[in-house]
Write a protein that binds this ligand. Structure first.
Ligand SMILES: NC(=O)c1ccc[n+]([C@@H]2O[C@H](COP(=O)([O-])OP(=O)(O)OC[C@H]3O[C@@H](n4cnc5c(N)ncnc54)[C@H](OP(=O)(O)O)[C@@H]3O)[C@@H](O)[C@H]2O)c1
Length: 427
């Protein structure tokens, strides 16, 4: 059998409630789930469980790497598997073990939800069938969208996740995908009663600000009324809720950057619905976290949701595009945003967090950065000023977010535009 690699590391998701002497159900399930991948991040803080899991992996034909510099013990995993195992794991040094073992499989390495580096291949594994008692249940609303789809991908193996869709059923995502209309509070209540998530990351929304201006009632129903109902249900089942908000709740007239306590001052319908949804979250449940983010780039399941996908489509059609040199945002890669959200959802932190990229950049320079990465022509891209284009509602000029509060607690730090783009396929 082709050997597979096993990396054991220190975290708690998969092995809570183990008996400590034999690989328990969760560990076995972890091995099962990752059968098709070449790397497994087995997680435990308990030496005995880790040792047993190691032995189990060896028996199943995984290539299990022992961390360098750790001591051998008589009871080590080498017993009965001599010649294949090289040591045993010391719980204290488990993180060093991860550092030693992580480069086994090259790939797009991003920090896992628990801050330990994992790989895109590991994240592709299915999380269906996970043990309810051991793996935390995560509901991602809007999993057919840009952010939700990446959350489901990265949650695989760490959470038992269910994602929801409404008009578009995405293919190829790990975990369960269920149809749910979040504007139907009875359906939402029944869904939560059935799945009983401990965590909810609420991404379903009308995220298109132009459409929100056109259809303000639908925008309000989706972004505010539905969020308020979801919050009530989350509180009822004592689930922790993470809500995604936006930098555009600020009008950009302050001398940016904006901190979490700055008062919102929305300029348009979309921005007003996000502000009102934030209020519903704060007022409606105890265990909440609001992540205000900025422009998000990266691939979406439909290929038409992110800022680069929209711009790329316009360029592909040969349309003339005007990009503002005086509109500043802090774009974030969807990969980095998803990693940070998964870290935050499984943390003790509450309240509002600004969660954007580290780089303040204007729209025109962002367009040029995309063009360089994706190989677009720039002939139809024109630099202009906000004042050159009359708009209603007006566009906030500078909504740079001060993200120091999030950076102080996050292990997975968002990357700048050039580095974030490097992790994405150039199409
Ligand atoms: N994209 C950005 O640059 C950006 C920036 C700041 C903040 N945000 C916020 O981040 C969150 C996620 O944004 P996103 O870019 O991932 O949005 P998105 O790609 O537009 O996805 C929106 C999601 O909402 C779902 N949805 C729409 N109507 C629904 C309904 N009635 N019932 C259930 N689901 C419904 C959609 O499902 P179907 O597609 O299946 O209909 C889709 O999965 C939103 O709250 C957004 O306001 C986004």
């Amino acid at each position: 059998m082709q050997p597979k690699a096993l990396v054991c590391c220190c975290a708690r998701h998969l092995v809570e409630q183990q008996d400590g002497t034999r690989p328990g159900k969760a560990s076995m399930l972890a091995l099962e789930r990752h059968r098709s991948t070449s790397i497994l991040l087995a997680t435990t803080a308990r030496l005995t469980t880790l040792r047993a899991l190691y032995e189990q992996a060896i028996q199943q034909g995984y290539q299990a790497e022992a961390p360098q510099g750790l001591h051998q013990t008589k009871k080590g995993p080498g017993q009965g598997t001599e010649g294949r195992s090289r040591g045993c794991f010391d719980a204290k040094n488990a993180r060093a073990a991860v550092r030693a073992c992580a480069p086994i499989v090259p790939g797009d390495v991003r920090p896992s939800p628990c801050g330990i580096r994992t790989t895109a291949r590991a994240a592709g594994a299915s999380s269906t069938g996970a043990n309810h008692d051991c793996v935390k249940r995560l509901l991602v609303t809007g999993a057919s969208g840009l952010v939700g789809s990446h959350l489901l991908r990265q949650a695989a193996g760490w959470f038992e996740s269910v994602g929801t869709w409404h008009s578009f059923r995405p293919e190829g995502l790990p975990g369960r995908i269920e149809l749910l209309d979040i504007t139907d509070p009875i359906a939402v209540g029944a869904f939560l009663d059935g799945f009983q998530p401990q965590y909810i990351i609420h991404c379903a929304a009308m995220s298109d600000s132009v459409r929100a201006e056109r259809e303000p009632d639908i925008a309000r129903q989706l972004n505010v009324t539905a969020t308020a109902a979801l919050v009530r249900h989350a509180e009822r089942i004592r689930a922790r809720l993470v809500f995604l908000s936006s930098d555009v709740i600020f009008d950009g007239r302050k001398n940016a950057p904006y901190v979490e306590d700055d008062p919102p001052s929305p300029l348009g319908v979309y921005a007003a619905t996000k502000r009102d949804a934030e209020l519903a979250v704060r007022d409606g449940c105890d265990d909440w976290l609001i992540a205000r983010t900025s422009l998000i780039y990266g691939p979406s399941p439909r290929g038409d949701r992110s800022v680069n996908e929209r711009l790329g489509a316009a360029i592909g059609e040969g349309r003339r595009i005007t990009l503002f040199v005086d509109e500043f945002r802090c774009p974030i890669s969807v990969v980095d945003l998803a990693a940070a959200l998964l870290e935050l959802v499984d943390s003790p932190h509450r309240g509002v967090f600004h969660l954007a990229g580290p780089e303040r950049i204007n729209r025109y320079d962002l367009g040029l950065a995309f063009a360089r990465h994706f190989g677009w022509p720039t002939t139809t891209m024109e630099a202009c000023k906000i004042s050159d284009v009359p708009m209603s509602p007006p566009r906030p000029a500078d909504v740079t977010l001060d993200c120091r509060k999030a950076l102080a607690v996050l292990k997975a730090k968002p990357r700048g535009v050039a580095e974030g783009l490097r992790g994405l396929p150039a199409r």
